[in-house]
Design a protein around this ligand. Structure first.
Ligand code: CA
Ligand code: CA
Length: 163
């Protein structure tokens, strides 16, 4: 059994998706979670690729946040769009990551994600309050990526990478 499968079994997707839903009830920001199996060298780079793959840069206010978790590699990254970088200090994301790491170490990945999502949601609610006509621009569903499926394959070429 792969580590992702074991990890996924421990993960309570319903709770994670509920946390995203709760956070998005207070902000126009859009939060997503990707679980990546297999080797990951650079989680930030991979998070950036997933961000583009999921078209997360297409939100109106450029305020999408991706939580990228690679359980086999024991790495994770939080990637926010440019609208967020203009408003949030790096120290904020360092705090979010530190809080999440504690829960990962304690063997509770669901709580790690719920905590990260809740903290990000609180900040987003201040900077990007939800408007009455808000719509769900990006699905709240957790995305599972198998190993070796980290890059989009286009037009039959295995090496083609979308930029
Ligand atoms: Ca929304
Ligand atoms: Ca959403």
């Amino acid at each position: 059994m792969s580590a992702l499968k074991e990890f996924s079994k421990q993960l309570d997707n319903t709770r994670i998706e509920q946390a995203i839903n709760d956070a998005e009830n207070l902000t126009s920001g859009e939060i997503r979670v990707v679980l990546q199996a297999g080797k990951v060298e650079d989680p930030v780079q991979r998070a950036e690729k997933e961000f583009a793959r999921l078209k997360m840069q297409e939100t109106a206010e450029r305020n999408g946040v991706l939580f990228f978790v690679a359980p086999d590699a024991q790495k994770f990254a939080v990637f926010g769009d440019q609208g967020i970088h203009q408003k949030c200090p790096e120290s904020f994301w360092a705090e979010v990551a530190a809080a999440m790491e504690q829960h990962f170490r304690a063997g509770d990945p669901t709580q790690a994600l719920v905590e990260g999502i809740t903290r990000a949601g609180t900040l987003l609610a201040t900077e990007f309050p939800r408007e009455h006509d808000d719509r769900d621009e990006l699905s709240n569903e957790v995305v599972n990526r198998p190993a070796d499926d980290s890059l989009p394959k286009g037009c039959g070429s295995r090496n083609q990478v979308m930029s």
